[in-house]
Design a protein. Structure first.
Length: 146
């Protein structure tokens, strides 16, 4: 299944909702387990009682580098979709599929967007007025009851 390149097969490395990232991407997942420290009668210490596991925090950072005009448009569309997602009231949960899906499930979950950031470095060349390289960062939260 090829997407945009005439010289190699592009497959989604990470997808978040409608945002498809083909390569040059880092995904970080953070899980917090919550405990309540309680004294126990007859004991000289405190015991940790599990109170729940918080929804996972996910950080996706990508350097969207285009090899041709079609990839420039594709990358610009991904940035637009991230921005559009933040404008929903409230932003809905969307599926995220990370690397190794479906076998590596730790990176695949429904998520809600918390923040997105994008930048274009000085001196990046343009193709039909679209930057060839765009940096995109997403902060996401797993959609899970607390």
């Amino acid at each position: 299944m090829g997407f945009l390149s005439a010289y190699h097969t592009d497959i989604p490395w990470c997808t978040v909702g409608w945002i498809i990232i083909l390569y040059h991407c880092n995904v970080s997942v953070n899980t917090a387990v919550n405990y309540d420290e309680r004294p126990v009668f007859g004991s000289h210490g405190l015991y940790a009682t599990w109170t729940g596991t918080a929804p996972r925090d996910v950080s996706v950072t990508a350097s969207l580098v285009a090899a041709n005009t079609l990839e420039c448009l594709f990358n610009a569309l991904s940035v637009y979709m991230a921005h559009d997602w933040t404008q929903e009231s409230p932003p809905i949960c969307r599926p995220m599929f990370g690397p190794g899906f479906p076998l590596f499930w730790v990176y695949s979950m429904p998520v809600r967007i918390l923040n997105y950031s994008t930048d274009v470095a000085e001196g990046v060349h343009l193709d039909i007025m679209i930057p060839i390289q765009i940096n995109l960062s997403l902060s996401l939260k797993e959609c899970k009851a607390i």
